[in-house]
Design a protein around this ligand. Structure first.
Ligand code: FAD
Length: 389
């Protein structure tokens, strides 16, 4: 049976109109139609990634429920590819199904107050204790931690080694009593991210991903996938922010000027170039893990989002400066295009910071894509505990 026949068989057995949403998603996963390029038994068929489009189109036409990828973006975009590549068979079996169906939401405990761009400098400690680890430290800017069941976490397991070598990668249970999540209110007024305090958090060794001390390599898989997840989402032509701005342009002819028209046209072309580059990148992914090219996508996405949201505010004049609602909310979905122009303008500011700041991504592109000389790194071989803090 090819993927189309399998999709039709799924629909015949589980009529979307009469099947509970979660039951349908579980059945879809078990039929290997969740992410067709994953192995059989783990929601896939070992098929080319490009065949996913066939499944998605057939299910959309039948109005089948989806798993709300925006709500579970960190799990889908970052945790899943990392677990698939480095996880044990037990970890894959335990985590991937509820991750994909959205029954379990994930967050990412990477950034720290003293280590953001220089992530390898992180100081959260994981100390071996019998058949597990005890973790103490603080993380920051943790998107959706308030809704998360699990977290991908990196922590220092050997302070005597240089900073990149003494890190290990874990799955942290966000319901552990040692995990405290505190909202951080953002420029937009809402608190989509958090500070997370970890005090004596016990993590079984079975929740370590990859070898002890090799967390940095594992994290590279997460970070490369994160950039593609943020910058390379599949969108239709004139989807995303350019669609919103173009609609405003069409609906409000009285606001137009020649200069704004030129900027809109340039934005439209840039959006189309980025969209097609993203498509090419997704096709490249079918033959392996994303490389540093994802950094270019994320960089271009962030720049365009800021240009377009700025253009929209200017187009709307005084009206664009008004803000719809400052009530503190705790959204569970990161919404780049939602609400009104003022919200989009402010939210887009975060695009050039989250998932690696634009300055750092330029370094990645310079060194790993263009092969230019690397920045001097005097601390590379020093033991982490001797680094100045
Ligand atoms: C909306 C949002 C959501 C986020 N969600 C998460 C999350 O879920 N989980 C998580 O772990 N983190 C998350 N982050 C954190 C994000 O990854 C970090 O903010 C980011 O990596 C930058 O680190 P920093 O804030 O510590 O800035 P710093 O490292 O202090 O950098 C400050 C500035 O200096 C520049 N800079 C630093 N070093 C260099 C250099 N060598 N060369 C040139 N410029 C440099 C940076 O680019 C930046 O502009 C989120 C951030 C935002 C804004």
């Amino acid at each position: 049976m090819d993927v189309l026949e399998r999709t039709r068989a799924l629909l015949a057995e589980h009529d979307p109109a009469g099947t509970d949403r979660l039951d349908f998603l579980r059945a879809r996963f078990d039929a290997g139609l969740a992410w067709v390029h994953f192995p059989p038994g783990l929601g896939g068929l070992g098929a080319p990634r490009s065949e996913q489009a066939v499944v998605d189109a057939e299910l959309a036409a039948a109005r089948a429920p989806d798993n709300d990828p925006r709500r579970i973006g960190i799990g889908l975009g970052m945790a899943a590819p990392t677990i698939l590549r480095y996880g044990t068979e037990e970890q894959k079996q335990r985590f991937l199904r509820p991750l994909w169906t959205g029954e379990e939401v994930w967050c990412q405990l990477f950034s720290e107050p003293g280590a953001g761009s220089d992530l390898a400098a992180l100081g959260t400690r994981a100390v071996r204790d019998g058949d597990g680890w005890v973790v103490d430290g603080q993380k920051v800017w943790t998107s959706i931690a308030h809704a998360a069941r699990w977290a991908i976490l990196i922590a220092r397991t050997d302070p005597d080694l240089p900073k990149h070598r003494g890190i290990s990668y874990f799955v942290c249970d966000m319901t552990d009593p040692g995990v405290e999540v505190r909202p951080l209110r953002q420029l937009t007024g809402e608190a989509e991210f958090n500070e997370v305090f970890l005090t004596g958090v016990r993590i079984p060794d079975t929740h370590r991903i990859g070898a002890v001390g090799e967390g940095w390599q594992v994290a590279q898989t997460t970070l490369n996938n994160e950039r593609v997840a943020i910058g390379g989402q599949a969108t239709p032509r004139e989807g995303g922010l350019i669609g919103v701005v173009a609609d405003t342009w069409r609906a409000r002819p009285e606001l137009r000027t020649h200069e704004l028209h030129q900027r809109l046209l340039k934005g439209w072309l840039d959006a189309e170039v980025i969209r097609q580059t993203g498509e090419r990148l997704r096709q490249q992914l079918t033959s392996g893990q994303p490389g540093p090219e994802g950094a270019a996508m994320k960089l271009a996405f962030a720049r365009l989002a800021q240009e377009l949201s700025g253009l929209e505010v200017e187009l709307l004049g005084e009206e664009g400066l008004g803000y719809d609602d400052w009530t503190m909310t705790r959204p569970e979905v990161v919404d780049f295009t939602g609400r009104e122009a003022g919200y989009r303008y402010l939210r887009a500011k975060g695009n050039s910071i989250e998932g690696g700041s634009s300055e750092i991504l330029r370094n990645v592109i310079a060194e790993r894509v263009l092969g230019l000389p690397a920045e001097p790194r005097t601390d590379k071989d020093l033991p982490w505990k001797e680094l100045p803090r």
